[in-house]
Ligand binder design. Structure first.
Ligand SMILES: [Zn+2]
Length: 96
């Protein structure tokens, strides 16, 4: 069971790196992006995230582990914003 899961993950990573955009077939380019998130009135912005962006439709793909790192950063930012009671304005993190 465990071996099968690992195998599946490895092959899907290769598919991401070699395939064009699954939305429009455009080519992917490596870029640093900025994304903003809102949760219960708290806004956070994370910039300098390295991802693959479709040159055709702008769809964003994360390199292996990238989505998880960003999710962790966003969760930390929300926790920081709440602890500092920064319910107004935006907490910004630059990961570059
Ligand atoms: Zn596309």
């Amino acid at each position: 069971m465990v071996a099968n899961r690992d195998k599946t993950r490895t092959s899907s990573v290769k598919a991401l790196m070699r395939s064009p955009c699954s939305e429009c077939g455009g080519s992917l380019r490596r870029k640093e992006i900025t994304q903003e998130f809102e949760n219960e009135g708290v806004r956070v912005r994370v910039s300098g995230i390295r991802a693959w962006v479709c040159s055709g439709c702008g769809e964003i793909y994360f390199a292996p582990g990238g989505a998880q790192r960003m999710a962790d950063a966003v969760r930390s930012l929300f926790a920081l914003a709440r602890s500092e009671k920064q319910h107004k304005g935006t907490v910004v993190a630059d990961l570059s």
